[in-house]
Design a protein around this ligand. Structure first.
Ligand code: UT7
Length: 367
C-alpha cells in the first residue's frame, strides 16, 4: 500500500492589512481588548478583485513549485472552503482551470475550519488506496465578505488567505500516518451563515435580517473548542502507539490564542511546541493550518522526519486531528516551473470556451 507524503506546500495572503486599531475606528472596540481576548493583532483582507480561487491559485502554484510537480500531473484537487466563490460551480473547478490541471477531478469540501484536515485525509486515503498518485489540497477563504463589520463579536476575528499542500504517493514509509474526523450537528446553531442556501434563498428579507453574515455564539464555540482539541490529538496518536512526547510540533487551527493555550495545558505540552501565528492573520478558517505549516517550514522549525499533529475545529460542529511524519519535497530529477503552466492554462480555457460557443452556435443552426 503506498504512503501519502506531503511533498509541496504554499500559502498566499492578500496584501492589505487591517489592524486592530483600524477596526477600532469602525466599531466600539480597542486593540488591547482584541489582543487580550484573542491574541490577534492584525489580519489580511482580500481586495475587491480577489476571490478564494485567486488566493488558492497563488498558494497552489507555490505548493506545486516546492513539490516540483506539473499541474498536468495532478489526479485530484480538493478545495476546502466555507466562503466559496459560488454555491456552484465548485471553487476547486475554477482553480483546476486556472492552473491547467488538465486531468484532475476537482471538488469542494465544506467542513468549516476543520475542512483542511478532512480534505487532506480524503486525498491521503485516495493515494493510500492506490487509486490516485498526486493530489492538491487547498484551504482558501475570503470570509471578510460574510462578516458584519458592525458586529464586534465576529468582525475582529476573521482574516482572508489560502494555503495548499501537494500530496504524492511513495513506497517510502511516512507522510500522513493517521487521522480522526468528528461532527456534532446538534451544535450547528453555534456558528452559522444561513442566507443564500435553499432554506433561506436570498430575498430582501434575508438581507434585512442579516442572514448573509456569519453569526456566532462565541462562548459556546470557545467551550466546545477547548473540550475537543486536546482529546482529538490524543485520539489521532493512540492507534500509532505514540504519545505527545513523540511529537515535535502541534499545528492547531488558529482561532484564538487562549484556545491554543488551553489545549496545551490539557495535553501538558509546552506552548513552544505549538505553531502559533494567529497574531498576524486572525482566523483564516480552513486556511489557517496550511498557512501556519508553511511559515513553520520557512522559519526552519518544521523539518523532515518531524512528527506533527494538525488539529482543528469549527462550524458544523466539526473537529479533527491528523498525525503526519513531515517529508519535504521528493528529490528532483528535472525542474518544473508550474507558473509557466498558467499561460498555457489561460489559452486552453479560452480555446475550450470558444469551441463550446461554436458548438452551441452550430447546433442552434442544425435545429
Ligand atoms: O473557527 C472557529 C471560530 N470561532 C471561534 O473560535 C470563537 C471562539 N470564541 C472566542 O474566541 C471568544 O468567545 C470571543 C473572542 C468571540 C469573545 O471573547 P470572550 O472572552 O468570550 O468575550 P465575551 O463575549 O464574554 O465578552 C466579554 C465582554 C462583554 O462585555 P460585558 O457584557 O462583560 O460588559 C462584551 O460585550 O467584552 C465585550 N466585548 C467586547 N469589547 C470590546 C465583546 N466583544 C468585544 C470587542 N471589543 N470586540
Amino acid at each position: 500500500m503506498p504512503f501519502a507524503h506531503i511533498t509541496g506546500w504554499g500559502m498566499y495572503v492578500p496584501e492589505p492589512v487591517l489592524t486592530n486599531n483600524d477596526i477600532a475606528k469602525l466599531i466600539d472596540t480597542n486593540d488591547e481588548w482584541i489582543r487580550d481576548h484573542t491574541g490577534i493583532r492584525e489580519r489580511h483582507i482580500a481586495r475587491e478583485t480577489e476571490f478564494p480561487s485567486t488566493l488558492a491559485v497563488e498558494a497552489s502554484l507555490r505548493a506545486l513549485q516546492v513539490a516540483n510537480l506539473a499541474p498536468t500531473e495532478l489526479d485530484l484537487i480538493i478545495c476546502s472552503t466555507s466562503s466559496p466563490e459560488y454555491i456552484f460551480p465548485a471553487t476547486a473547478c475554477l482553480i483546476q482551470d486556472q492552473i491547467g490541471a488538465t486531468k484532475a477531478g476537482a471538488f469542494d469540501l465544506l467542513a468549516a475550519c476543520s475542512g483542511f484536515i478532512f480534505a487532506t485525509n480524503m486525498a491521503a486515503q485516495a493515494i493510500r488506496s492506490g487509486s490516485i498518485k498526486n493530489a492538491l489540497v487547498i484551504g482558501s477563504e475570503t470570509l471578510s465578505r460574510f462578516v458584519d463589520w458592525k458586529d464586534r463579536n465576529t468582525c475582529i476575528l476573521f482574516g482572508d488567505g489560502a494555503g495548499a499542500f501537494v500530496l504524492q504517493a511513495s513506497d517510502k514509509p511516512g507522510g500522513v500516518l493517521s487521522a480522526v474526523m468528528h461532527s456534532d450537528g446538534s451544535g450547528s446553531d453555534s456558528l452559522t451563515l444561513l442566507g443564500g442556501g435553499s432554506r433561506h434563498p436570498a430575498t430582501e428579507q434575508t438581507l434585512h435580517e442579516g442572514k448573509h453574515f456569519v453569526q456566532m455564539d462565541g462562548k459556546a464555540v470557545f467551550r466546545f473548542a477547548t473540550r475537543v482539541m486536546g482529546r482529538a490529538v490524543q485520539e489521532a496518536l493512540e492507534p500509532l502507539g505514540l504519545t505527545t512526547n513523540d511529537v515535535q510540533w502541534i499545528i492547531p487551527h488558529q482561532a484564538n490564542y487562549r484556545i491554543i493555550e488551553t489545549a496545551a495545558k490539557y495535553l501538558k505540552m509546552p506552548l513552544d511546541k505549538f505553531v502559533i501565528n494567529v497574531q498576524n492573520y486572525g482566523n483564516t478558517s480552513t486556511a489557517s493550518i496550511p498557512i501556519a505549516t508553511v511559515e513553520a517550514v520557512e522559519k526552519g522549525q518544521l523539518k523532515s522526519g518531524d512528527k506533527t499533529v494538525f488539529v482543528g475545529f469549527g462550524a458544523g460542529l466539526t473537529w479533527g486531528a491528523m498525525v503526519v511524519e513531515w517529508t519535504g519535497p521528493i528529490p528532483a530529477t528535472k525542474h518544473i516551473h508550474p507558473k509557466q503552466y498558467r499561460l498555457f492554462a489561460r489559452l486552453r480555457s479560452i480555446a475550450r470556451r470558444a469551441i463550446r460557443y461554436i458548438e452551441g452556435f452550430l447546433s442552434r443552426k442544425e435545429l
